[in-house]
Ligand binder design. Structure first.
Ligand SMILES: [Zn+2]
Length: 132
């Protein structure tokens, strides 16, 4: 298990877009005694996410859909802590199709590059690139 991630710092980027149900879910989540870290999503929340929230979707032989590496929240917004988690867990996924694995990796890497570029423009962490 990866324990590098600290508490989620940016919890509600657009408060008005969060439904009452989501607030109840967040409140209930905060009360769970076994919650390992703030960035972790409950499995019920992950099951309710749209397909677009995942890096890849594969189909098992029985027809069951396997959705891998959620990293967008229910609004479709990128969730940086879950992006980091998805990148860290990519190699742990039991991929059925190498092409799906490669596409998922490229998708996650593109998000990471965009985030780094954005943080560079904002004067955040230096990553070796020069901003405008
Ligand atoms: Zn994505």
């Amino acid at each position: 298990m990866d324990t590098r991630f600290g508490p989620k710092r940016r919890t509600l980027p657009c408060f008005t877009a969060v439904s009452t149900n989501m607030l109840v879910l967040l409140a209930a989540t905060a009360l769970l005694p076994h919650q390992a870290r703030a960035a972790e999503w409950p499995s019920a929340y992950i099951r309710a996410l749209p397909d677009d929230a995942f890096a890849a979707i594969e189909t098992a032989p029985g027809g069951r859909r396997l959705r891998h590496l959620p990293h967008h929240d229910h609004t479709g917004a990128l969730d940086p802590p879950h992006l980091r988690s998805a990148l860290a867990r990519w190699h742990q996924v039991k991929w059925r199709d190498p092409a799906a694995a490669a596409a998922a990796r490229a998708h996650l890497d593109a998000h990471r590059s965009a985030l780094r570029a954005a943080s560079g423009r904002a004067g955040g962490e230096a990553d070796g690139t020069t901003g405008p």
